[in-house]
Design a protein around this ligand. Sequence first.
Ligand code: SF4
Length: 87
Amino acid sequence: MSTPAWMEHAACTTLETRGLPWTIDAVEAPTVLVELMRETCAGCPVRLACAAYARTATGGWWAGVDRASEPEDLLDLLDVIPLDGAA
Ligand code: SF4
């Protein structure tokens, strides 16, 4: 399975952010690290693509939400995608 092209622009893959606990459930991570991930996602240029990609994920931190405990928040984020395809 190849890596989606949008991941090249992901804010979570920089030298400063890639060490954060992106793949564990947020309840298992220290609050300060969860807040750093939330801030990173808030400024990420590919957040909508990430949210769409993560619809099938059942855990980990995606698009600013913890998939295990906040799945509704990810669905709310997808509501802001324009229906005409303009982004
Ligand atoms: S929105 Fe997705 S791609 Fe962007 S920093 Fe967050 S987890 Fe990474």
